[in-house]
Design a protein around this ligand. Structure first.
Ligand SMILES: NC(=O)c1ccc[n+]([C@@H]2O[C@H](COP(=O)([O-])OP(=O)(O)OC[C@H]3O[C@@H](n4cnc5c(N)ncnc54)[C@H](O)[C@@H]3O)[C@@H](O)[C@H]2O)c1
Ligand SMILES: [Mg+2]
Ligand SMILES: [Zn+2]
Length: 276
């Protein structure tokens, strides 16, 4: 099957196509969604910081207008990517997730980290270039491990103080330099709940554009230890029986997928599919 959305580096001098507009407050929407005829959108009163050609949706070119600030466009409103992830069309969510990552990266790499001079976009490659240093800055992706630890009918879930009240999720954390995915997972579980794990099994991955994580999902079995929550990071963590689960993360997240797969296996139900 041909994917509806493919990324590409498009020439912004070519007219036409669709465009999405992003400000620090989110994406612009009207009743038809987040994709606007590009030439129309560029005629609106927007403070455009940069334009990026980002790919093709159903064969049509798509551009991102990265704005300095939010502005009023009649009949339109601004909505954050997280809110859209929960309710919006999944393919459009992928377009916006990619746009958000490209917009953030380009905005944060307008100057060279080595010499401080202005960088410029490389033609036909997703990179910012510093000529005096001959350095290229590529989009930033941060590998993060996420793991469901289980003990028979029980699963280990925790709460960060940043979570929606009541929700418990799988443990997660960013890889540090020098670590393998497994090293990172073992360290994160040890740091966050003081538990040791074994039989680590890779389950799948998910792009998480908040702002630039690449989630690598695993299942692991409990090996030893008692739960001790890491101060400031983990507000509470518990073993939950698969028959008595707390409020869980959003259904499109890999956290939810890891939980749903395990519960389905324990209960003999059909396994869910990870949203791409
Ligand atoms: N898709 C999902 O289902 C899902 C579920 C849970 C967490 N996540 C994501 O996983 C990522 C990691 O989870 P976490 O927040 O528990 O991480 P974590 O346990 O490593 O702790 C977060 C802390 O790490 C530091 N940090 C931030 N960015 C970093 C980076 N790029 N590299 C190293 N350290 C960094 C900060 O001090 C931050 O407060 C986050 O982006 C989170 O949003 C995704
Ligand atoms: Mg964490
Ligand atoms: Zn430089």
């Amino acid at each position: 099957m041909i994917p509806r959305w493919t990324t590409a580096v498009l020439d912004t001098d070519q007219p036409g196509g669709w465009a999405v507009a992003r400000s620090p407050e989110g994406f612009l929407f009207d009743d038809n969604g987040a994709l606007f005829p590009r030439e129309w959108l560029k005629r609106q009163d927007l403070s455009i910081l940069a334009e990026h050609g980002i790919g093709h949706l159903d064969g049509e070119p798509v551009y991102l207008l990265e704005l300095r600030s939010q502005s009023e466009v009649p009949g339109c409103n601004w909505k954050g990517l997280r809110a859209f992830m929960l309710e919006g069309d999944h393919t459009v969510y992928k377009v916006l997730g990619y746009a958000a990552q490209i917009g953030t990266w380009a905005r944060e790499h307008r100057f060279c980290g080595n010499c401080g001079q202005a960088t410029h976009q490389v033609v036909r490659e997703r990179a910012m270039y510093c000529e005096p240093c001959d350095l290229r800055y590529y989009p930033r992706i941060s590998p993060s491990m996420i793991v469901l630890v289980t003990r028979g009918d029980e699963i280990l879930l925790g709460r960060s103080p940043r979570f929606v009240p009541g929700v418990y999720s799988t443990l997660a954390g960013f890889a540090e330099p020098g670590e393998s995915a497994e090293d990172c997972l073992i360290r994160e579980v040890r740091e966050e709940v003081s538990i040791e794990v074994r039989n680590i099994q890779y389950m799948g991955s998910q792009c998480w554009p908040f702002p630039h994580s690449m989630m690598l999902g695993f299942h692991a079995e409990y090996a030893s230890g008692e739960i001790v929550c890491q101060e400031d990071e983990i507000e509470d963590a518990q073993w939950f029986n698969v028959h008595a689960l707390p409020p869980l993360p959003a259904s499109r997240s890999i956290a939810r997928y890891l939980i749903d797969v395990y519960v389905a296996r324990r209960l003999g139900h059909a396994e869910p599919v990870l949203p791409g």
